[in-house]
Design a protein around this ligand. Structure first.
Ligand SMILES: [Zn+2]
Ligand SMILES: [Zn+2]
Length: 431
């Protein structure tokens, strides 16, 4: 279906306004293009495509692949794009796929990004389209993101004769780690043609289906990580004075690390220090010679971020020294924060208002402490990363991402596709 044709056939000749007459005589006028990218048409087209989009989603969902192993997913994405007549580049930065839709003439380039990787989680949804691979699951909705972008590709390819500029489709690997955005950028994904703006979404079960959510400025945290080992001296549980008990030291260290957030950092500057695992010891009557703990550090402020490793070394190292133990720590710097560009936020808000109504565009006042490697794309070009509501309590889609029972309302994929297509068309038309 050609969207413009449907909009450009006004009935009721007698009542036709001058504007309507103008539309019929000049298909490439500004009026015509405005009509073509009318939100209602895009949404109805996306809804027509929904069964196809859901088909892709369930295919990806049943066959999840972990980061940098998205071989079948990437091949399927490339196949669908080629069938649509989209230019395709494969193996970008690993298993990434880049599609390019050229409009009728020169213009700007907007990129739209989806991530393709699954998580090492065993699915417990009981859905008939559930993962067929034990220990692997699309528990973060990336199957939906990928399917949604294929829907966008179809809509925008149909409209390509009617817009100027290019739309680049970025299907990236390994968002859950070690990261696929940065390798794709190093492999030229944001060049040839150079990307002028970039958008992406994440399905979110805190928002209802039919809503989108936007955060201004910083929208996600920088997720850093650490592995901290305390080395004491083992011995008999009955004679602690002849040993250095790594468990007793570790207990002090865990408590002390909590004081970074509660006692050292401005309370209005968010930080999370989580010790997620702690392992040590052999049995109850043996003094543990060593304890290893692993955790995550989340910050929004780059300046604060740069101070945390030193604070941890001072606290944990000081306690270890005071208690006769030794400390080793590996500190890993993860993705930077996603910073949304104000103009791009307004583009998404406006596109959202056209597709779902301004009352369904939720202005979320605070960022998430989650991490997102869309951050790297948004460092290369002005970007906006927004949330797509997928919650539906009636259908039981209430679990958060990464939960073994996580699933989302697939109806949201039509809204996501339509909002992204609208945003791309508006951007290229300079609106
Ligand atoms: Zn995730
Ligand atoms: Zn995710």
């Amino acid at each position: 279906m050609r969207l413009r044709a449907a909009r450009l056939a006004p009935v009721g000749e007698d009542s036709a306004t001058n504007t309507e007459k103008a539309r019929r005589t000049d298909f490439h006028s500004e009026e015509a293009r405005t009509s073509m990218s009318n939100g209602k048409d895009l949404l109805s087209r996306a809804k027509e495509l929904l069964p196809e989009i859901i088909g892709y989603r369930r295919e990806f969902h049943a066959h999840p692949e972990l980061g940098m192993e998205e071989f079948k997913t990437a091949a399927r994405v490339a196949q669908v794009l080629r069938e649509l007549g989209v230019e395709v580049r494969e193996n970008v930065g690993g298993t990434g796929v880049v599609g390019l839709i050229r409009g009728r003439g020169p213009g700007k380039t907007i990129a739209i990004r989806a991530d393709m990787d699954a998580l090492p989680v065993t699915e417990q949804t009981g859905a008939f389209y559930a993962s067929k691979i034990p220990g692997k699951m699309h528990a973060c909705g990336h199957d939906g993101h990928t399917a949604c972008l294929l829907g966008v590709a179809k809509v925008l390819k149909e409209l390509a004769p009617e817009f100027d500029g290019q739309v680049k489709l970025l299907f990236q690997p390994a968002e859950e780690g070690p990261g696929g955005a940065e390798p794709m950028i190093k492999d030229g994904a944001m060049l040839d043609p150079k990307v002028d703006a970039v958008i992406g979404l994440h399905i979110n079960n805190d928002l209802a289906t039919g809503q989108i959510g936007v955060v201004r400025g910083v929208t996600s945290a920088a997720p850093d990580s650490f592995v901290l080992t305390i080395k004491g001296a083992g011995g008999h549980g009955a004679h602690p004075h002849k040993s250095v008990d790594a468990v007793a030291v570790a207990a002090q260290v865990v408590c002390a690390l909590q004081t970074i957030a509660s006692r050292e950092v401005d309370p209005v500057n968010p930080i999370v220090v989580t010790v997620g695992t702690i392992n040590g010891g052999f049995r109850g009557n043996v003094i543990a010679p060593s304890v290893t703990m692993a955790g995550t550090v989340r910050t929004l402020d780059p300046e604060l971020r740069g101070t945390v490793e030193e604070r941890m070394r001072r606290l944990a190292g000081g306690i270890c020294a005071a208690m006769r133990a030794e400390m080793e720590m590996q500190y890993g710097y993860g993705y930077p924060s996603v910073v949304n560009d104000e103009d791009m936020v307004q583009l998404i808000e406006s596109a959202g208002a056209k597709i779902i109504g301004d009352d369904k565009v939720v202005r979320i006042p605070v960022p998430s402490m989650g991490g997102e490697d869309f951050a790297y794309f948004a460092q290369e070009a002005p970007g906006c990363f927004f949330r797509l509501g997928g919650r539906n309590e009636t259908k039981g889609f209430v679990f958060p991402g990464h939960h073994p029972e996580y699933d989302f309302d697939e109806d949201c994929l039509a809204y996501g596709a339509a909002v992204m297509a609208q945003a791309a068309l508006d951007y290229l038309a300079g609106r």
